[in-house]
Design a protein around this ligand. Structure first.
Ligand SMILES: [Zn+2]
Length: 492
């Protein structure tokens, strides 16, 4: 049995009278001091593998950690222990101490399921077993294993950043009704930025792989047209009715506060670093809130949007924060990701049309069925949307030929108008795809720092230092206060 609460072990291996066989069972007693504590301590009873490790805080206190693994799996536990220990120690080195004396990871390995939930001194995780390290795991974790390490990192950090510092409306929660807050982007967003960041800060992955993870986050943002429609504060507030109730129009109507929140965190981190010549950064904002929480009797703190301003003000002028908040948190202005990364010696390479055409032909996602191409989603302002194609339509013929994925791919870059026959419910319709004759290029927007072209569909990131030719591309790339400061949380 695994649990964040101390379990009293009462009985084991009792020999039954008159029986040759040992009737082996365990009996445990768990005690929570109140209802909120009771529901914050999950427990797992299973056939488990386990390892323990110790983390030291800055006062040389030892924090006992246990990691339980259940479900059918054959993970390389030695490797897991080494990497998880390194990640946890990096968090405690940064934050100085922890809001717990001991910590329990409970992981269930399954086929495809993925997710985690944070608790004050434990986490309950579910992962595809293929994401666990294998016996021959290469020194640099596979992308699957990186995802699992990212999950552990995410939920572990939540002990500080959600369980200890949290939105004010979630301090004394009335569990009978929803608690609304515009700040989920702060909690899930900062955590989604910091979880991957700490994988490279702890040395478990290298910088190139960190940039790959960050590029994935950036690509998700660029591929969500709803980012121009819903602010990250609104996305937070509407979590109860939007994020957990997605439909075919979700990507057109809004943005995830995890995804955009992570990139707002990145921008804020880079702006703080730039404004202070590398002295302050997002990590100092987090630590300032955690320090406030420790001074409270309850050892926790609930924060509001106004509190964000009063803490950030210690690290940058309030007016600048308010301007940032107005544009990128409460507004839907395009994030200045590219300009900020370039200023830190990271080059974005963007691919616009070709990859978009390959992955979402005419801006729609379909799957092939015996009845035809079933449209699952249509991206706003895409060729398909302009032609009048809608989610749930079934395309039966394109250009006079029975529609399938292969045919769609060959026609995607055609220069002439294409007729599509489709069923909407049981009605037969004919629509015309009009290929773009000119590439739409928006004028350069100095305030947002966008390159001027349509937002990229897919980007990749590279450190300028590793590609000398890039340094000639941009004056800013020559600046020395670059990625070495950004990618290092401990040494400043
Ligand atoms: Zn989370």
């Amino acid at each position: 049995m695994a649990c964040g609460l101390d379990a009293t072990h009462l009985q084991v291996d009792q020999q039954q009278k008159g029986s040759q066989q040992a009737n082996s069972y365990h009996l445990y007693k768990l005690q929570a001091s109140n209802y909120h504590e009771l529901i914050d301590y999950p427990f797992e009873i299973a056939e488990q593998e386990k390892f323990d490790f110790i983390i030291h805080d800055n006062e040389h206190q030892t924090l006992h950690h246990s990691f339980y693994l259940s479900g059918k799996q054959s993970a390389n536990l030695g490797r897991l222990q080494q990497d998880i220990t390194q990640i946890c120690q990096t968090y405690v080195d940064w934050l100085g101490d922890a809001p717990f004396d001991d910590y329990t990871f409970m992981t269930f390995a399954s086929g495809q399921d993925y997710g985690g939930l944070e608790h004050i001194n434990s986490t309950s995780l579910i992962t595809p077993r293929n994401d666990l390290p294998n016996a021959n795991e290469p020194k640099l974790p596979s992308t699957d294993y990186q995802r699992f390490l990212g999950l552990c990192s995410h939920e572990y950090f939540h002990s500080w950043w959600v369980k200890t510092v949290r939105p004010d409306v979630m301090i004394d929660v009335d569990l009978r009704r929803e608690a609304f807050t515009p700040l989920l982007w702060v909690f899930e967003g900062f955590t989604s930025y910091i979880d991957d960041f700490m994988l490279q800060a702890s040395g478990v992955i290298d910088k190139a792989n960190y940039l790959r993870l960050l590029a994935e986050q950036i690509n998700r943002y660029y591929q969500t047209p709803g980012r121009g429609n819903q602010s990250v504060a609104e996305s937070s507030f509407d979590a109860w009715i939007k994020l957990y109730r997605t439909d075919e129009n979700t990507g057109n109507a809004g943005i995830s506060y995890y995804n955009k929140g992570a990139l707002v965190a990145l921008c804020l981190d880079l702006i703080l670093l730039k404004n202070s010549d590398g002295r302050y950064r997002l990590f100092d904002v987090v630590k300032a809130f955690y320090t406030q929480a420790k001074q409270n009797d309850s050892k926790r703190i609930g924060i509001s949007s106004a509190d964000m301003g009063s803490v950030i003000e210690q690290f940058m002028p309030l007016a600048e924060w308010e301007d940032f908040e107005r544009r990128y948190v409460n507004g839907v202005e395009e994030l200045p990701i590219e300009a900020l990364l370039i200023a830190n010696g990271v080059k974005i390479q963007a691919n616009t049309k070709e990859t978009a055409d390959k992955h979402v032909p005419w801006g729609m996602r379909c799957n092939e069925t015996p009845a035809g191409l079933k449209v699952n989603r249509v991206m706003r302002d895409s060729l398909a949307a302009r032609a009048g194609i809608s989610a749930h339509d079934v395309i039966i013929a394109i250009d006079g030929i029975k529609a399938d994925t292969k045919q769609l791919t060959t026609l995607v870059n055609t220069a002439h108008p294409v007729e599509c026959y489709l069923f909407r419910r049981d009605e037969l319709m004919c629509v015309q795809i009009q290929p773009e004759t000119t590439t739409k290029v928006k004028p350069r927007d100095e305030t947002t720092g966008m390159t001027g072209a349509v937002p990229p569909h897919k980007v990749s990131l590279r450190l300028a230092k590793e590609d000398k030719t890039l340094e000639n591309d941009n004056e800013q790339l020559k600046s020395e206060a670059g990625w070495e400061t950004w990618l290092n949380v401990m040494k400043r």
